[in-house]
Design a protein around this ligand. Structure first.
Ligand code: FE2
Length: 376
C-alpha cells in the first residue's frame, strides 16, 4: 500500500477541517479516520495559532464572550458571515444564557399554512401559554391530539402509522395537535453505552430534516411542543433539535413542562404537559408518576405525560369551591399517558424484555358546552 502524500496545502486544510469534512476525506482516499485525526491533532499542536473554524467551534452552543475570546473579535463581526450550508441558531443554555450554534441548513422546499388560532406567552418567561381558537372553528367539539415518542431514526419507529395520523390531522379542520417529546431518536455517541448510535436508520441531523418536512403540512395546527429526554441528549451541546424545528415550523416551544389554557367558545380548557422521566414498568407506577403533578397544582382538566410508551388514562375528581354560586362542585381531572409510535421487535424494549408498548394517540376532546373528555 502506498503511503499517503501530505502536501503543505493539504496540511493547512487538515488543521482547519471539521470532523465531517475529515470523515468525507478519509472515505474518499481510503484512509483510517483515527490515524488521520491523530495526525490532525499533532499538526494542531505544532501550530498553536491554528484555530478551529467557525463551523467546528459552534457545533456546540457558545456564549458571546467565548466567541469573542476565541476569535479575538467582536461577536457581531465574527457572526457577520455564516459559512455556506449552515444556519446560525440563537438559543438558551441550561442557565438561560443566550448561546449560538451553527446547524446544517434544511432546504426550505416546504410551505407553511397560516394558523387560524393565536397564542400568547406569559410575560415573565414562565412556561404558561394561552391559545385562542376562534369560535367559528369546529362544531360541537374540537380534538387536541398529543404526538409523542415517535423516535424518528429508531429502527423500530412506525413511520407509516405516524404518517397516517399526520394525514388525518391535516384533513380535519376541527383537529389540532401538540408535541409531547421524543419526536426524534437523536442517539449520540454516549447514549445507551454508545451502542444505540449505531442502531439509528438516520443520523440525528437527517432526523431533523425528515421531521421538518413530515410535520410541515400540519405545523399550523400544532399548538405547542415540549422536548423529551431524547431531544435533551443534545443539551450537552447547548441546543435542542426540537426547538430548532419549532423555530422553522413556527410552533410555540417550551423547554420546561408547560401549562396551557385553550380559550374556545367562551370556555377555558386547561392542560399541564410533561414528557416524564419515570423508569416505572408497572401500570400503577406509571400512573403515579403521571398523576404526581396534580399534588401541587390547582384543578387541571388534562395532565399529560409520555415517555413510558403506554396508553393509559386515569380520572381523578377534585372538590372545588364555586364561590360565585356558593356551591361545592365535583370537577373531573384526566391523566393521560401518551402511546408511542414504535414497533416491538427490533426495539430496545424487546431486548430488555419490557412489555410491548401501545401505539397511536389518545385524543383530548373539548366540547362547545365546556365539557371535556378523553377518547382513544
Ligand atoms: Fe422519553
Amino acid at each position: 500500500m502506498t503511503k499517503f502524500e501530505w502536501t503543505d496545502e493539504l496540511k493547512v486544510w487538515l488543521i482547519d477541517s471539521t470532523d465531517d469534512e475529515l470523515q468525507e476525506f478519509v472515505n474518499q482516499h481510503g484512509l483510517k479516520y483515527e490515524s488521520v485525526s491523530r495526525f490532525r491533532r499533532k499538526l494542531r499542536g505544532k501550530n498553536p495559532k491554528a484555530k478551529k473554524s467557525l463551523v467546528e467551534f459552534l457545533t456546540s452552543g457558545k456564549r458571546d464572550f467565548e466567541i469573542e475570546e476565541y476569535f479575538e473579535a467582536p461577536v457581531d463581526e465574527v457572526l457577520a458571515v455564516i459559512p455556506e450550508g449552515y444556519e446560525l441558531f440563537k438559543t438558551k443554555d441550561e442557565h438561560i444564557n443566550t448561546v449560538y450554534v451553527l446547524i446544517p441548513e434544511i432546504p426550505v422546499d416546504y410551505t407553511l399554512k397560516e394558523k387560524v388560532w393565536s397564542f400568547r406567552w406569559q410575560a415573565d418567561g414562565q412556561p404558561y401559554l394561552w391559545v385562542k381558537i376562534p369560535d367559528e372553528v369546529g362544531g360541537k367539539k374540537i380534538k387536541i391530539v398529543p404526538i409523542a415518542d415517535l423516535h424518528d431514526g429508531n429502527i423500530a419507529c412506525n413511520m407509516e402509522k405516524f404518517r397516517e395520523w399526520v394525514n388525518w390531522i391535516a384533513s380535519r379542520d376541527d383537529v389540532f395537535a401538540f408535541i409531547n417529546g421524543d419526536l426524534l431518536e437523536n442517539s449520540q455517541g454516549d447514549s445507551n453505552k454508545g451502542v444505540s448510535v449505531y442502531e439509528q436508520t438516520t443520523r440525528p441531523r437527517g432526523q431533523i430534516d425528515e421531521m421538518v418536512h413530515i410535520l410541515a403540512p400540519i405545523a399550523h395546527k400544532i399548538l405547542w411542543a415540549i422536548p423529551g429526554n431524547h431531544e435533551d441528549r443534545s443539551r450537552k451541546a447547548d441546543y435542542d433539535p426540537l426547538e430548532w424545528m419549532c423555530d422553522k415550523l413556527h410552533i410555540p416551544y417550551s423547554y420546561y413542562p408547560i401549562y396551557v389554557d385553550i380559550l374556545w367558545k367562551g370556555f377555558v380548557f386547561d392542560f399541564f404537559c410533561q414528557h416524564g422521566n419515570t423508569g416505572s414498568l408497572t401500570k400503577g407506577g406509571k400512573i403515579n408518576a403521571a398523576t404526581r403533578p396534580q399534588k401541587f397544582q390547582e384543578h387541571v382538566m388534562f395532565t399529560v405525560m409520555a415517555h413510558v410508551h403506554d396508553a393509559t388514562t386515569n380520572t381523578t375528581v377534585r372538590i372545588c369551591r364555586d364561590r360565585r354560586n356558593f356551591k361545592l362542585v365535583e370537577k373531573k381531572q384526566y391523566v393521560l399517558i401518551c402511546p408511542a409510535f414504535l414497533n416491538y421487535f427490533g426495539s430496545y424494549a424487546s431486548k430488555q424484555l419490557y412489555e410491548p408498548g401501545a401505539q397511536g394517540t389518545i385524543n383530548c376532546e373539548l366540547f362547545a358546552n365546556g365539557d371535556y373528555h378523553l377518547n382513544s
